[in-house]
Ligand binder design. Structure first.
Ligand SMILES: Cc1ncc(COP(=O)(O)O)c(C=O)c1O
Length: 380
């Protein structure tokens, strides 16, 4: 059989390469973005209870209604905006699926989507598989902010959407009110959609405010806002998230979703619906994660890595030019083999492999893991 690839440029990702290398060399894995500490026991207990009570069959296509109601309450509490759980929220199998579904909902062949690089690895393949083109714009190194003049220059009648990701993977950069104003000005009076990847909404540090599209009615009217329970409740393996969009947009989103996953697993939705009443679980998250970041920063002072600022997310990037001038991929491979610490080279998040000689560390790890990694790096 012959098969013509829909994604001829996609090969094995650097994440798989680095993880395989990490296990081969018994390295401390600060590469992949997932916590190695336990998720809340209360939440697993609620899911167990739901299973035992018989919530094990299909849930409704848009999601378990009490969960959608809990989300609507949370949005009203955090972002002073009441969204309709019936028509404007859909539960999805993860944040990535929500983004893919939103892109598939709006894109026609030949459309263009503006993507900031470095970029989360699913965006460009998700655009291309829909027959559209990704127009990439580099975030300004080394603070990885958006250059709005470049965005203005890139916009043309084919521009269908802009993908915003804040807090940002892989760099930890965060958009602010000025960015929102620039975005508002650029899209006003256009038919440009916004796909807002807000999976790290609660992983935001130093008192920064999360600039959700949900705060701004003029942006929300054109937005698909995507979230992940995995990131908020330390259960990335559950692959559960949600999308919020105005009812007209959401009706189209659901047409795509209903012939794909159709519905998400029921007991986890039932458990989450109850657990979400515990506001402290997410309100305390910024401080807890900031503590992990700060501990990592202190330990890394003893090394020859120069950390770049991280205002949010699970991640912090580092320059290594005091150690080596090798390309970042080679350096990351060598670091895994020789120092026993796995990271991700940031050039992997650029389509053209743009290399600022920066690697990404994930600090969403146990104290013991972070200490072990830092000790190994001190001797390198
Ligand atoms: C920026 C970004 N968006 C989306 C996701 C995926 O979320 P989920 O696991 O819920 O699909 C991730 C996970 O790493 C991410 O970093």
């Amino acid at each position: 059989m012959e098969i013509q690839s829909r994604l001829p440029h996609v090969g094995t990702t650097i994440f798989s390469v680095m993880s395989a290398l990490a296990s081969e060399h018994k390295a401390v894995n600060l590469g992949q973005g997932f916590p190695d500490y336990d998720m809340p026991g209360e939440l697993t207990a609620l899911v167990n209870k739901a299973m035992k009570k018989g919530f094990n069959q299909y849930s409704p296509m848009p999601g378990w209604m009490p969960l959608r109601e809990s989300i609507a309450d949370k949005v009203a509490f955090l972002y002073a905006n009441r969204v309709d759980p019936d028509k404007e929220i859909t539960i999805t199998p993860g944040g990535t699926y929500a983004i893919y579904t939103a892109l598939t909902t709006i894109l026609q062949p030949g459309d263009e989507v503006i993507v900031f690089e470095p970029a989360y690895d699913s965006y460009i393949p998700n655009i291309e598989i829909n027959g559209a083109r990704a127009i990439t714009i580099d975030l300004v190194f080394p603070d990885y902010r958006i250059d709005w003049q470049s965005v203005k220059n890139a916009i043309n009648p084919r521009t269908k959407a802009i993908i915003i990701n804040s807090p940002h993977n892989p760099t930890g950069s965060v958009i602010n009110e000025e960015d929102i104003m620039q975005l508002q000005q650029l899209v006003r009076g256009t038919n440009i959609f916004i796909i807002s990847d807000e999976v790290y909404e609660h992983l935001i540090f130093d008192g920064r405010k999360h600039e959700s599209m949900l705060r701004y009615p003029d942006l929300l009217e054109r937005s698909f806002v995507c979230f992940s329970f995995g990131k908020t409740y330390h259960c990335t393996g559950w692959k559960l998230g949600y999308c919020i969009a105005p009812s007209k947009l959401m009706a189209e989103f659901r047409k795509v979703h209903q012939f794909n996953a159709f519905a998400c697993n029921t007991p986890m939705q039932v458990g989450l619906a109850e657990y979400m009443a515990n506001r402290d679980a997410y309100l305390q998250l910024p401080a807890k994660m900031q503590e992990r970041r700060d501990r990592f920063i202190v330990l890394m002072k003893e090394t020859r890595f120069d950390l770049l600022p991280s205002g949010g997310s699970y991640f912090i990037c580092a320059k290594y030019d005091r150690i080596s001038d090798e390309p970042d991929r080679d350096f990351a491979v060598k670091l895994t083999r020789e120092a026993g610490v796995a990271t991700i080279p940031v050039s992997a998040f650029y389509r053209n492999g743009n290399d600022h000689k920066v690697i990404r560390f994930c600090f969403a790890k146990k104290e013991k893991t972070i200490k072990e990694a830092a000790e190994r790096l001190c001797n390198y």
